[in-house]
Design a protein around this ligand. Structure first.
Ligand SMILES: *Cc1c(COP(=O)(O)O)cnc(C)c1O
Ligand SMILES: [Zn+2]
Length: 446
């Protein structure tokens, strides 16, 4: 099926609604609002069978790929999706490895820790992507778009995993990659990947939010931005819920749970669910739970009314953006910086906050916070099931525990938690297990 002229970009603000051609590299409309990739055609529900059949890849890396297996649902290249030669010319892929191994698993020890029946609880290890995090799902699509517009260099700011993913795909495609990092705040295991893949590291004095600002400015000159403000990142990350739902035979769970950083994942999940619901592929809408670190809790503070008393909402496209700016100004004046050992979610100004609010409104979502020590326990209990994940991913596990204790998640609810990345901070588990006071510690013997 070729769908010429099917895909375009559209501003998310319903009052603005500016549209751009699919080849535009803007990450915002000219009034500064975020953009969505939109499709005019409605995909046929019988594609569910096609996706299932592609799990026997029959020699095609685009069927093997956990992202491109769903290519009809993110066909912004507007190619004939059954023509494998056209796929090969247009779609970036690391030999089909992106998204291939990640699907929901039962993990009984994690379920026991959470206090939920194991049959009702799944964790989806996105760390089993080629660069070790969920970022690969969205990076293949962003780099596909970069290739479509002839970009020679991709640019990102990173708390670590974005740079590993961007560096990997850039190296594979033979294009340049500049990575802006807050100096001294990146887990060495992530930074070393970016070096290894030949990326140009640019050290920025300040935190992630400062690095993002500088990278966006510099990219205007000669780079293509691959942070999650890029709407094509969001398209690829829709396949995270697609894989979860497909595995559950499209019977939606009650909850999908994510750690919240820049809120790209939350936005993708919301967009995926909005589209599936609009097409009639799902009849029920799962609720999204976003878990912030206690030390990086912008969304939680604003959503739950912990700043100035107002509960910030998407409000059908009219969010109180002044409240967000007041929050940022207040934090700047007081010199309050995000602080958590879970560096992947150590973000004070989530770039996708408005799309995140939209996702929360559509899904009747909730937001809460967890402590560093709770994330470390969760990371550790996931390990006891034979899976590894990084500290930020632990938020998805202990977040469920917390929401169950508050009876927001009910005892018989079905829950899918996303484990966003693999362990790359080698000393965290070592330090954890050396301290016998930690809940799951197994200290070394002499
Ligand atoms: C990037 C990242 C996050 C944060 O995801 P957002 O989409 O920015 O909210 C969480 N965990 C890991 C491991 C990450 O790499
Ligand atoms: Zn706009």
């Amino acid at each position: 099926m070729t769908m010429q002229g099917d895909a375009f970009l559209k501003c998310i603000d319903p009052d603005c609604g500016l549209e751009y051609p699919i080849t535009s590299t803007n990450v915002q409309c000219e009034k500064g609002h975020l953009l969505d990739v939109k499709y005019k055609n409605k995909p046929a529900e019988k594609l569910k069978d096609v996706f299932y059949q592609r799990r026997n890849p029959q020699g095609s890396i685009f069927n093997e790929s956990g992202v491109w297996r769903f290519r009809e649902l993110l066909n912004f290249c507007q190619i004939d999706t059954e023509n494998l030669e056209e796929c090969a010319q247009n779609l970036v892929s690391l030999d089909g490895a992106e998204g291939r191994l990640s699907k929901p698993y039962h993990m009984s020890k994690a379920a026991e820790f959470v206090g939920i029946k194991s049959d009702n609880f799944w964790l989806q290890p996105e760390g089993y992507n080629p660069s070790g995090s969920f970022k690969d799902n969205g990076m293949v699509t962003a780099v596909t778009h970069a290739k479509m517009v002839g970009a020679k260099k991709i640019v990102c700011a990173s708390t670590g995993n974005t740079s590993a993913s961007a560096g990997m795909f850039a190296a594979n495609e033979g294009i340049d990659c500049d990575v802006y990092i807050p100096s001294g705040q990146i887990a060495p295991g992530k930074l070393s990947q970016a070096y290894q893949f030949g990326a140009q590291i640019v050290q920025v004095e300040g935190n992630f939010d400062d690095a993002l600002k500088q990278s966006l400015d510099d990219a205007k000159k000669d780079g293509y931005t691959v942070n999650s403000v890029n709407p094509f990142r969001i398209e690829g990350q829709k396949t995270i819920p697609f894989r979860a739902l497909e595995y559950l035979e499209w019977e939606v769970p009650d909850w999908i749970v994510y750690p919240g950083g820049a809120l790209g994942n939350t936005s993708s999940c919301g967009k995926a669910l909005m589209e599936l619901y609009e097409w009639g592929w799902i009849k029920k809408i799962p609720r999204i739970a976003v878990i912030n670190a206690e030390g990086a809790r912008t969304l939680s503070d604003l959503y739950n009314g912990d700043f100035n008393g107002e509960e910030l909402r998407w409000n059908k496209g009219k969010p109180n953006t002044d409240l967000i700016n007041e929050y940022y100004d207040d934090h700047d004046i007081k010199g309050l910086l995000p602080k958590t050992k879970a560096t992947a979610i150590q973000i004070g100004k989530p770039a996708n906050i408005l799309k995140g609010l939209r996702a929360l409104e559509f899904t009747n979502g909730v937001v809460t916070t967890v402590t560093d020590s709770e994330m470390l326990d969760s990371m550790s209990v996931v390990g006891l099931n034979g899976f590894d994940c990084e500290m930020a991913s632990g938020a998805s596990v202990v977040g469920v525990k917390k929401l169950m204790e508050q009876e927001i998640i009910k005892k018989d609810d079905k829950v899918v938690g996303i484990l966003t990345g693999r362990q790359k901070d080698a000393m965290l588990p070592v330090d954890y297990h050396h301290n016998a006071a930690n809940r799951f510690a197994k200290p070394p013997k002499n």
